[in-house]
Ligand binder design. Structure first.
Ligand SMILES: [Zn+2]
Length: 503
């Protein structure tokens, strides 16, 4: 009798102490030696036996049909077949006498009616086992989701913990993922640029590949990062640690939406896109070379919105001078910045005490929301509302819950939410000072857009209004002494320190 060794490693049952291919082969060769079996070929299958159509399996049957071998040596019937089609083929070939012998170290078989019956049961049990396994996996996934544990591959910045079967933060990548959200939220980058940024920053996918623009987008849109999970269209609360605040996440979604619109063509002129003409047409720029050979850049109305009264051109140098004068109004020296920051720190302590009460109120609100969620579930389980309605209502309540939790975290961590914006504001004023002394015109344009609105070029003058809170710094109330220790806006800040709340 000539035998073919057939070994198969399955991926679906690693917990069932199935031998690896190497150990199966070793055991089978030892068995063959002991039983004095002649081996004519060894075939190893990588595919699972759940589905028919395995290549090595087919090759083995064809060798036997061509009379190159008489029997099969395998570890157990469940290595040979786990679906009715393959199992049926084996039994059919034994019936016809084409397969003359089957040997298993773990299963006794002889080609008698009883033997075939046993084999059929062995294959049948495998089929039952596969069906059962599939059922178990699906049930397990559903249970995991209900328990707040993501059942699939961990998203970028997280790891599947093989021991706890939970999702852990991937400390190495998490900080880069956070940075990716922050960088993108500036609105200055395309998805392609972000993909290149990932490459430079050394951020790779969990399978160690580069991150494509499409993957950047998927990542930026994944609610997993704020502690939720979307599974088959339904949103669940996750137990994993969120990496991104809802505030930042929402901002990124806005940027994605904005950037999804067609992009304008880029120009080389630094201040294009900043100003409009009073006639509402855009301002354009052009380069002119004087007889002397000197180059000048001029800004002027495009005159594309009908008649325009503006006759003049504005030279870029003049525009820059005007911009610097405007920026001067909202700049703060490093010395003053330090003073103000020290004052803010004093305030912080006081504010933290006030916060305690506030947090308690929020926590009460949170408790009410929990009750709401429970009631909603009851209503759903009593079949008073439809599944769609349940899902949509649940999502609304979960969003509220998330916002509350975030507020509580913010208050607990930062004392009061106005302190951080206040600090940021002061630092921005100090940044203005640095910007004035630089030649970074691109950045000046972005900054001007951020701190002001309605930039108009009228009669060779740049006019715009400062946004809150920069208007407080730029437009002091009349009667305020110029000799204040602190900048002029500071007194008003103190009398109403919470204004940065309203953007
Ligand atoms: Zn005009």
């Amino acid at each position: 009798m000539r035998y073919i060794i057939y070994a198969r490693k399955s991926t679906e049952d690693e917990n069932h102490q199935i031998l690896s291919i190497e150990s199966q082969l070793a055991e089978l060769r030892e068995f063959a030696a002991k039983e004095k079996l002649e081996i004519v070929a060894s075939l190893c299958e990588a595919k699972t036996a759940k589905e028919p159509g395995r290549t090595k399996f087919a090759e083995m049957l064809s060798l036997i049909k061509k009379d190159k071998a008489d029997g099969i040596l395998s570890w157990h019937p469940d290595r040979l077949a786990r679906n009715a089609v393959d199992g049926g083929k084996i039994i059919h070939l034994i019936d016809k006498g084409i397969i003359k012998s089957l040997k298993f170290p773990t299963f006794w078989f002889e080609p008698t009616p009883q033997g075939l019956f046993m084999l059929q049961i062995a294959f049948g049990q495998s089929k039952y086992y596969v069906d059962n396994l599939r059922e178990n996996v699906t049930r397990g996934m559903r249970q995991k989701i209900r328990n707040g544990v993501w059942p699939l591959w961990a998203p970028l910045g997280y790891l599947n913990n093989p021991i706890t079967r939970g999702i852990d933060v991937d400390e190495k990548k998490a900080s880069l993922v956070k940075k990716m959200f922050r960088v993108y939220s500036s609105g200055n980058h395309t998805l392609k640029e972000m993909s290149e940024w990932c490459k430079r920053a050394g951020l790779k996918s969990n399978l160690d590949n580069g991150i494509s623009p499409g993957q950047v987008q998927t990542t930026l849109q994944n609610i997993f990062y704020i502690g939720l999970m979307k599974y088959k269209g339904e949103v669940f609360e996750g137990k994993h640690k969120p990496l991104i605040s809802k505030k930042l996440f929402d901002k990124v979604q806005e940027v994605l939406k904005e950037r999804g619109k067609p992009q304008k063509i880029k120009h080389n002129f630094a201040f294009l896109g900043l100003m409009k003409c009073p006639c509402s047409a855009a301002i354009t720029a052009e380069k002119k070379i004087k007889k002397s050979g000197r180059e000048y850049i001029y800004y002027r109305c495009t005159k594309k919105k009908g008649p325009c009264l503006e006759k003049h051109f504005l030279r870029e140098e003049d525009l820059i001078k005007q911009i610097k004068t405007q920026l001067q109004k909202v700049s703060l020296s490093s010395q003053d910045t330090e003073k103000v920051l020290a004052e803010l720190q004093k305030d912080e302590k006081h504010a933290k005490e006030e916060t305690k009460i506030l947090v308690q109120n929020l926590k009460n609100e949170l408790a009410e929301i929990e009750v709401k969620l429970e009631k909603l579930l009851d209503v759903y389980l009593n079949e008073v509302i439809s599944t769609e309605e349940y899902i949509s209502r649940k999502q609304k309540i979960l969003t509220q819950k998330l916002e509350l939790q975030e507020k509580i975290r913010d208050f607990e961590q930062k004392g009061l939410s106005w302190l951080e914006p206040a600090r940021e504001f002061v630092l921005k004023l100090n940044y203005t000072e640095k910007l004035i002394n630089s030649e970074n015109y691109q950045e000046m344009k972005t900054f001007l857009k951020n701190i002001g609105s309605n930039h108009i070029l009228r009669n060779q003058k740049l006019i715009f209004s400062f946004k809150t809170p920069f208007n407080l710094a730029a437009e002091p109330r009349s009667g305020e002494a110029e000799t204040l220790t602190f900048p002029k806006w500071w007194t008003r800040w103190e009398s109403n320190p919470r204004f940065p709340h309203c953007k």
